[in-house]
Design a protein around this ligand. Structure first.
Ligand code: G3I
Length: 384
């Protein structure tokens, strides 16, 4: 008897622990929306855009080297309608020799998009990673700011043309330890990456002000199409904090765990703050790592995805939503993380069906569903 009670207490404690780790979420796909069979997001998007009053761009990453091509062909017709080159528009690919523009892969991704009626977003013109070998460590601050950055930004944005919906003009330039009260310069210096420190590991500053960001943006502004959005794109952003204040592209590399994502209300507050400033927001690189590829975690992932999508859909100023890597076997987070909408064989996961359901709900003119990723005790979804 005693051992039964002990094991029952242990089981209860374990159940409580598991429940906390994987909330019993409520999903629209539990209430009559499709949870199996074909997904027709592409055919719903025009009605989504009609309700938004402008085109809603929903898509994912692509590079021509990615296999299997036939799966991409199908998915960028029927599900995704917006393309970002995962690596092909980065500085190492687009200016492999100083002053020599090579937009081959970036253009190929753009052509892939155009051929399927997809729009295209640009990622990125400036990042401290994936730089060409000729660049870091070889120039003075004034050469970099006065010549190298403007020339690169101009040749890339100009070369890709005015149809690009948005460009990540600078990527990941704010430190994770940025706090309220710091100046923008202090936030950027706290990043402690090239070019505000040299690339030789000495920690010596190269650029000591925000001139490199200004150079990139002023060139982008002068070169981009009139409707192209220009972004500071960064991770660990979306809530009410100093780092978020400096970004408008919210990467959203998330984890399905308490504290691993922002709540829908935090996102809504951030989007609304930007809207009041007349600034657009976008979800640029969404994925959600799972502790375990179990049914409970797949449902948790679906709820978080649904909440992020709703936050963007129901905001007046969010019109781009990118899923970073379209399937688990191609994800930079690794197959076991199961961080994308489609599994390692390209089959839709609960999150893909939930995304479709949220789009249908929005397109039908329904009010915004409550936030589901905190569990059913907080919110229970219903179809009507
Ligand atoms: O192209 C080479 C290939 O020639 C070589 O044989 C192979 C050997 O490792 O490497 C290939 O390059 C890889 C490249 O992806 C293309 O597949 C690099 O090693 C690899 O580091 C690179 O990873 C990319 C990563 O950025 C680089 O930091 C990921 O695909 C890409 O998803 C990831 O994307 C970034 C965003 O741009 C910015 N935000 C964070 C996000 C995730 O890290």
């Amino acid at each position: 008897m005693a051992s039964l009670i002990a094991s029952s207490v242990a089981a209860t404690l374990l159940a409580a622990h598991v429940a906390q780790a994987q909330p019993a979420v409520s999903l629209l796909i539990d209430t009559g929306y499709a949870s199996s069979g074909p997904l027709h997001v592409a055919s719903i998007l025009p009605a989504v855009s009609a309700r938004k009053g402008q085109t809603f761009h929903f898509g994912s990453t692509y590079d021509t080297t990615e296999a299997p091509q036939s799966w991409f062909d199908t998915m960028f017709e029927s599900f995704f309608k917006h393309v970002v080159s995962e690596n092909g528009c980065k500085w190492d690919a687009t200016e492999p020799e100083q002053g020599v523009s090579n937009l081959t892969e970036c253009q190929a991704c753009h052509s892939f998009a155009t051929a399927r009626g997809n729009s295209f977003r640009g990622h990125n013109t400036f990042w401290h990673q994936q730089m060409p070998a000729w660049l870091p460590g070889n120039f003075t601050a004034s050469e970099l700011v006065g010549n190298i950055i403007p020339q690169h930004v101009k040749q890339e944005i100009g070369g890709m043309g005015p149809s690009v919906t948005s460009w990540d003009v600078v990527n990941e330039v704010v430190g994770d330890n940025a706090t309220t009260g710091m100046t923008a310069l202090q936030c950027v210096l706290s990043k402690a990456d090239w070019p505000t420190v040299t690339a030789d590991g000495s920690g010596i500053p190269l650029v000591k002000d925000l001139s490199f960001i200004y150079a990139a943006f002023s060139t982008a502004f002068a070169t981009a199409g009139p409707n192209t959005r220009l972004a500071v794109n960064d991770y660990n952003t979306g809530g009410q904090d100093a780092k978020t204040e400096l970004a408008i592209g919210f990467q959203s590399h998330l984890t399905a765990a308490v504290g691993g994502f922002y709540t829908k209300s935090e996102l809504a507050t951030t989007f609304s703050t930007l809207a009041k400033l007349g600034v657009e927001a976008m979800i640029t690189e969404m994925d959600i790592e799972l502790a375990t590829n179990s049914t409970a975690f797949l449902r948790y992932q679906a709820a978080i995805w649904g909440d992020y999508l709703d936050a963007c859909l129901y905001a007046s100023n969010c019109n781009e939503f990118i899923n970073w890597d379209p399937r688990d076997d191609l994800s930079w987070r690794g197959l076991p993380a199961a961080a994308t909408l489609f599994d390692g064989e390209g089959n839709p996961k609960p999150a893909a069906y939930e995304v479709a359901a949220r789009f249908e709900n929005f397109a039908a003119g329904k009010p915004e569903p409550c936030s589901t990723s905190s569990g059913t005790s907080v919110c229970k979804l219903s179809r009507h």
